[in-house]
Design a binder for this molecule. Structure first.
Ligand code: 57M
Length: 359
């Protein structure tokens, strides 16, 4: 909004020229989202406590989690507010990509909010049915995939990190592929969100890396030089990524161990969807498996554990899945598991950046 209000005035006041620059607006969006989330956090936590929007804890989980009963949940609403407010404040509102990303993020947030609401109302850890949740996620993903694949300047080719010469065109198959990315990312973040700060930390790293990739993808000269796909208009996604990183950092302030608030499904499903959609817009879908490697590993640990549990008649690979619980069961303290996972996430972020030069 500021871009539309203030940039046109640059002819009378030269200083307003800065609103033209994506870098300036990206920093503005990051700081704004962080400060809003930080400012609203305590008020929002008190509001949730007053309305008893507290976490229901499973009785079959690690014992260290029993004391978390009643911690306010649905903190994702705070993240979504900071993210949307800041994005709308700083972005060029005529940019179609940002609207698609915001739409998908809010759709997934709506699914999560409904799920959280059901769990709190029924006072058990089962919300919306797994199938119902999946069906709603697929509908959102297919719609988003159809819209984006039909944009004239968008290409349905696939880009594979380290293999820049190999870019197969998926054509119509791009829609199921996009669906896989969106539904997979959303559920992977959801599975990761089981320890204080565990999902928010890698979210900051992933959005930070995609902030850079959006800038490069939207810059014809740099994209050409680095041999990455040029997506006209993708530069504005920098503002969304900055706002996501800022809002997640603000949320992390309160979600850090011992957490005063959890994000709930409204947070985890929407963040996963947002990251998936950003990866799709910037044409760096496969890269998400690297930079978001923590989310992928958590999801794989669940698939392996559940699969093996079924075929072996009750045996396990990990002491408990998702595998952050495995380390807890081994005796690592919760902050140790979380910080070590952050360390891995940062290293994976660096590997993702290396794909810019290595081919
Ligand atoms: C949700 N949610 C947390 C909070 C958060 C198939 C199966 C593996 C699925 C999986 C599952 O349901 N995962 C998705 C994970 C829950 O957190 C809430 O949920 C939101 C995210 N969706 O924002 O609102 C609990 O996680 C803890 N937490 C924190 N700090 C945070 O910042 O400590 C969350 C955020 C919270 C809190 O304790 O209550 C969750 O874990 O439920 N299921 C599981 O994860 C379960 N695994 C399991 O059953 N494994 C089995 C195999 C055979 C399937 C096994 O390995 O034996 C575990 N989850 C729990 N206890 N809580 C195991 C038991």
């Amino acid at each position: 909004m500021l871009y539309h209000l203030l940039y046109p005035l640059h002819t009378s006041f030269g200083g307003f020229n800065v609103f033209r620059y994506i870098t300036f607006r990206g920093i503005g969006a990051t700081v704004t989202a962080f400060l809003i989330t930080l400012w609203l956090g305590p008020k929002f936590i008190r509001f949730l406590q007053r309305h008893q929007v507290g976490q229901v804890i499973r009785d079959d989980g690690p014992e260290s989690h029993f004391s978390k009963k009643g911690v306010p949940t649905m903190g994702g609403l705070l993240i979504l507010f900071g993210l949307c407010f800041s994005t709308l404040l700083w972005v060029d509102l005529t940019n179609v990509y940002v609207w698609i990303i915001l739409g998908l993020t809010l759709w997934y947030g709506g699914i999560g909010a409904y799920d959280d609401y059901c769990k709190i109302k029924k006072q058990n850890s089962k919300g919306l049915s797994g199938r119902g949740k999946m069906a709603l996620q697929i509908i959102g993903a297919v719609l988003a995939g159809l819209v984006i694949a039909n944009l004239p300047e968008y290409s349905t080719t696939l880009n594979i990190p380290f293999f820049k010469g190999f870019t197969p065109d998926l054509g119509l198959f791009y829609i199921p592929f996009a669906m896989f990315v969106l539904v997979g990312a959303s559920n992977a973040v959801n599975l990761t969100d089981g320890l204080d700060g565990l999902a928010a930390g890698p979210t900051v790293v992933t959005s930070g890396v995609y902030l850079l990739f959006s800038y490069l993808a939207g810059h014809a000269v740099l994209a050409n030089y680095l041999q990455i796909p040029y997506v006209p208009g993708a530069g504005e996604v920098v503002i969304f990524c900055g706002a996501l990183a800022g809002a997640s950092l603000g949320f992390l302030w309160f979600n850090a161990y011992p957490a005063q608030i959890f994000m709930g499904d409204v947070g985890s499903l929407s963040i996963g969807g947002a990251l998936g959609m950003v990866a799709i817009v910037t044409k760096q879908e496969v890269l998400l498996a690297i930079v978001g490697g923590i989310f992928v590993l958590e999801a794989i640990s669940v698939i392996l554990q559940v699969g093996y549990f079924k075929i072996s008649g009750g045996k396990r690979i990990f002491l408990m899945a998702p595998f952050h619980h495995h380390f807890e069961k081994k005796g690592w303290s919760e902050p140790k598991v979380v910080v070590r996972f952050w360390v891995v996430s940062i290293i994976l972020g660096l590997v993702a950046l290396a794909t810019l030069k290595l081919r």
